[in-house]
Design a protein around this ligand. Structure first.
Ligand code: PLP
Length: 388
């Protein structure tokens, strides 16, 4: 029987994540060093875990409010005001989501009509399935290597049509580690105001910055508060990928729509996970600082190591725990290069083409793993290159 005949037509727009396909390949090979993983290798800090344990004993075992506990939303309001320079009412302008992912999904569901154009940065994080699921049309704006993978607002301007509804920005950026400077964001903000385009600003790596780089939240720029949906997560900053807690800051009408959907979808974010999130946001931020210091050392190792390899060049990432080296000199597609490295030399990495057609010729290497692993992996890549 053809079970697929029962599937809704909209599902055809969704694809398996390429990262998942790569990992399935890596899992079959013994002794692989996985540089593909997009999550911190650290454990969630103790004070955060303790708060969840206390939460269990305090009875946080029942349905939470659909938009999150008020004390957590209040802590978020303080954080976004001091750190992101966005003033938001905890009662109506903040929503606690199941990680950044469900925040993005929820927003897309509410905003995108069939035929609406959504501008995305290419190479950039894969938002394509979420856009297509609702009939949206992704419009790519290239982030060029020669511009350190920062987009040119002029290219954004050219991509705007009467059908443009949303632009998705992700700075600091996965997979390139680029941070869009204030000036770039100001110019994009002007375009959004002029054409009334909503910005979905996905900011999971806001804290993982190097060399004193500044992170600017576009929602803080003049006249952008109502035109920005800012998405944050605890996943990367606090090594909390498995807790599934994020938050969204937006105009109250948008937050109300999100809350409505949340009721029907998952009824809210797990209560004890919210207690952990409260401890993370309102507690000492030293743990974040320590993790970033470790990433900074590894970044140095990876950046120097990759650039010392014949045929590879790599821009120094300004943020995140990813490097995005150029491997085009080998004349192989990024998939072929990544498959070769995992099968023959036991190093897993993510093909750049997963991040859009302009990611072709690059691979993403995560340095969210020990320096020892990174050194070993660089040695293996060197051997692999010598045999191409
Ligand atoms: C750019 C970007 N957005 C969203 C997410 C999803 O994060 P979360 O774990 O909060 O759902 C990730 C995770 O890798 C990411 O890199």
């Amino acid at each position: 029987m053809n079970i697929e005949k029962f599937f809704a037509k909209r599902n055809s727009g969704i694809e398996w994540s390429g990262i998942r396909i790569m990992f399935a390949l890596a899992d079959k090979i013994d002794g692989v060093i996985n540089l593909g993983i997009g999550q911190p290798d650290f454990d969630t800090p103790v004070h955060i875990r303790d708060a969840a344990k206390e939460g269990l004993d305090q009875g946080f075992t029942r349905y939470p409010p659909a938009s999150g506990f008020l004390d957590l939303r209040e802590a978020v309001a303080k954080k976004v005001e001091t750190e992101n320079k966005i003033k938001a009412d905890p009662d109506s302008e903040i929503f606690i989501s199941v990680g950044a992912m469900q925040g993005i999904f929820n927003v897309m569901l509410h905003l995108v009509n069939p035929g609406d154009e959504v501008i995305v940065v290419d190479p950039g994080y894969d938002y394509y399935s979420q856009i297509r699921l609702f009939g949206g049309v992704p419009i790519r704006v290239k982030a060029k290597e020669e511009n350190q993978f920062k987009i040119n607002p002029e290219d954004v301007r050219k991509a705007i049509t009467p059908k443009t509804k949303v632009i998705i920005l992700n700075t600091p950026s996965n997979p390139t580690g680029a941070v869009f400077d204030r000036k770039i964001l100001e110019q994009i903000a002007d375009l959004c105001k002029q054409h009334e385009i909503m910005v979905l600003s996905d900011e999971p790596y806001e804290h993982i910055l190097f060399d004193g780089k500044e992170h600017v939240s576009i929602g803080s720029l003049e006249g952008m508060k109502d035109l920005t949906i800012s998405i944050y997560t605890l996943s990367k900053s606090y090594a909390m990928t498995g807790w599934r807690v994020g938050y969204v800051v937006a105009n109250k009408a948008i937050i109300a729509e999100m809350e409505k959907l949340m009721e029907h979808m998952v009824s809210g974010v797990t209560a004890v996970a919210q207690r952990a999130a409260l401890a993370a946001i309102s507690g000492s931020q030293d743990c974040v600082k320590h993790m970033v210091e470790r990433y900074a050392k590894r970044r140095e190792l990876v950046y120097t190591g990759l650039n010392s390899l014949q045929g590879i060049s790599c821009i120094k990432p300004e943020s995140t725990f990813y490097a995005f080296p150029n491997i085009s000199s080998f004349g192989m597609s990024s998939w072929d290069f990544a498959k070769y490295m995992v099968k023959e030399h036991k190093v897993a990495m993510v093909p750049g083409s997963i991040f859009g057609e302009n990611g072709e010729g690059f691979v993403r290497i995560s340095f969210a793993t020990s320096s020892e692993n990174l050194e070993k992996a660089l040695g293996r890549i060197e051997q692999g290159i010598a045999r191409i």
